[in-house]
Design a protein around this ligand. Structure first.
Ligand SMILES: Cc1cc2nc3c(=O)[nH]c(=O)nc-3n(C[C@H](O)[C@H](O)[C@H](O)COP(=O)(O)O)c2cc1C
Length: 136
């Protein structure tokens, strides 16, 4: 099974989650500035909420994915207040013709002193276990 991990981060939280995912599935975690060039069965995509929505860079990244090369997207991320970005990412993925796995990972993410230390060690262990379950 071919797997890729991409993430978008502003303050480092998603990068930490992505590195835990990547370690669990045996690939490198790369920022979304790195295009997915080789075909993959699963693309783990880490992203978050900023001012109530996903970043335009994430929208652009999903829009330019090649449906012939990406089997499905698995969403993961964190936010301070809102629940997951799943629906927003799914809407973009649908436009690109790429299915989203119904399973996803979401946890709290530190923002301006709220949820200090999140994602914490338990979250990183949980996202690693989630990723391992997806690829097994
Ligand atoms: C500029 C900015 C705007 C944010 N807006 C929201 C928001 O509208 N809702 C929310 O739940 N969290 C919001 N957050 C919190 C982030 O979603 C949270 O800190 C997340 O863990 C950040 O991930 P990152 O470190 O990978 O960028 C915001 C964070 C930043 C930096």
């Amino acid at each position: 099974m071919k797997i890729a991990v991409r993430y978008y981060t502003k303050t480092g939280n998603t990068k930490r989650l992505a590195e835990a995912v990547a370690k669990a599935v045996g690939v490198e975690a790369l920022p979304i500035s790195e295009p997915v060039t080789d075909p993959v069965d699963i693309l783990f995509l880490g992203n978050s909420y900023y001012a109530f929505t996903i970043d335009p860079e994430v929208r652009r990244f999903v829009a330019q994915l090649n449906k012939e090369k990406v089997g499905k997207i698995v969403n993961f991320g964190s936010a301070a207040m809102l629940n997951s970005t799943y629906k927003k990412v799914k809407a973009e993925a649908a436009k690109a013709g790429i299915p989203m796995d119904e399973r996803e990972f979401h946890c709290k993410g530190e923002f301006k002193g709220i949820h200090k230390g999140k994602p914490d060690a338990a979250d990183l262990a949980a996202v690693a276990a989630f990723a391992a379950e997806i690829v097994k």
